[in-house]
Write a protein that binds this ligand. Structure first.
Ligand SMILES: Cc1ncc(COP(=O)(O)O)c(C=O)c1O
Length: 403
């Protein structure tokens, strides 16, 4: 048990001593430093994974708000049930069936406050201190932080251009590794910009069945493939061992903080219980905006435009990298999502590079942030989603000159 510090202890030390143990495990600095980079004026930023504001449906949202008011609607402004409002749940159920080929039962689905809350609820419901979580190396920083905040141990399994190395995972499991959870972003991964190949998906879910762990599938970028086709989701392949975390942040806009979790009914029930004492319910206003946007086909219309925009930006980034970077650097060629993953020439230090890049007016994120174990010193995440298209060439040229 923590010792309560004596009266008179200097304030910083006092609050540090009072802090819960779960806040002390390497959480914290990561996302804050990315956001801090984003905040600098005049930076050509390849740092944050934010959507391009050109994709925000401003006028349509104004129309809906006006309609709600005119119709005297109450539900958009009231508290909602913890699992979600019936209409939005219904719209989401139809959408999941249409896009992923499996219709969730009512007790398998809940609406969350963003994808990150779905991860948080899984952690809160299933992780005790010291439990093992397998993640992809590299992986989404927010997930590392979410699982660490429950004092879990994280093990990163490597990836290649076809996603998680499932053979390597199998070898580790055969050697005695016993995770409770495996977290994967199979489509257009953040930060690696690659997808898990079709051939690896079934073997992965089979491993979950054989070794008794739960797969947490994060589909944040699934609908943002440059072509509309998608590989089968892990949840659709194995709804018995997969809980999927989804988000509307990249397909609508992040300001509504709306996502979902879908998985086995027993698991969904636990997530609903956990949600009761976090935020009780996702905002009803966002739920209704989402429902109407789905029913009117607006999200699908927007996705056509968003895919084309992000594909153009990605092409521009890849062209600039080709022209400006030394031959011994290499990078992934994303087929969707927001990111390309850059591996620097041997011996390069991405943290030092990020610092020097900022001095040259360019924001990048060192790869170390995306590993739970300090690896990635020679890697960099480049995000093309938010950066001004016309500045991509200039930004990459400046980066190239530093290398
Ligand atoms: C892989 C991944 N999952 C989840 C999220 C968070 O989504 P949300 O805004 O819904 O919390 C992000 C956001 O960057 C992400 O990249």
């Amino acid at each position: 048990m923590a010792v309560i510090p004596e009266i008179g202890t200097p304030e910083t030390a006092r609050w540090e001593a009072l802090a819960a143990a779960r806040t002390r495990g390497d959480v914290g600095e990561g996302i804050a430093s990315v956001l801090a980079l984003l905040g600098l004026p005049d930076l050509i930023s390849f740092a944050g994974g934010f959507p391009d504001p050109k994709t925000f449906p401003r006028e349509r949202m104004a129309t809906l708000l006006q309609e709600f008011v005119t119709a005297g609607e109450v539900s958009a402004f009231q508290y909602a049930p913890t699992r979600g409002l019936a209409g939005p749940l219904d719209a989401l159920t139809d959408r999941l069936e249409r896009l992923q080929g499996r219709r969730p039962a009512d007790d398998e689905l809940l609406i969350t406050s963003g994808g990150i809350e779905a991860l948080e609820l899984v952690g809160k419901s299933y992780l005790d201190p010291g439990d093992l979580v397998v993640v992809e190396g590299p992986t989404y920083l927010g997930a590392i932080q979410a699982f660490r905040s429950f004092e879990a141990e994280l093990v990163a399994v490597p990836m290649d251009e076809h996603g998680l190395e499932v053979d390597e995972l199998e070898r580790l499991l055969a050697g005695g590794l016993r995770p409770k959870l495996l977290y994967s972003i199979p489509d257009h991964q953040n930060p690696a910009g690659v997808s898990l190949s079709a051939e690896r998906r079934t073997p992965l879910v089979e491993l979950a069945r054989r070794y008794g762990f739960l797969i947490v599938e994060d589909v944040a970028y699934r609908e943002l493939g440059f072509s509309a086709e998608a590989l089968p989701s892990l949840w659709s392949l194995a709804p018995d061992v997969v809980v999927q975390a989804g988000t509307t942040s990249k397909t609508m806009f992040p300001g509504i903080r709306l996502g979902w979790a879908v998985g086995p009914a027993d698991i969904a029930a636990r997530l609903v219980s956990a949600k009761q004492n976090t935020d009780q319910c996702a905002g009803a206003l966002g739920q209704r905006l989402f429902e109407e946007s789905v029913r009117r086909g607006w999200i699908d219309e927007q996705l056509v435009l968003s895919r084309a925009l992000y594909e153009r930006k990605a092409e521009r980034l890849l062209g600039a990298l080709e022209r400006s970077l030394p031959e011994d650097a290499h990078w992934t060629r994303p087929q969707g999502g927001f990111f390309s993953w850059l591996t620097l020439p041997a011996g390069a230090d991405s943290v030092a590079l990020a610092q020097r890049a900022v001095e040259q007016g360019v924001g990048i994120v060192p790869g170390t942030l995306f590993f739970p174990d300090g690896r990635g010193a020679d890697t960099v995440r480049l995000s093309f989603s938010l950066v001004d298209e016309a500045q991509i060439d200039d930004g990459i040229e400046r980066l190239g000159s530093l290398l």
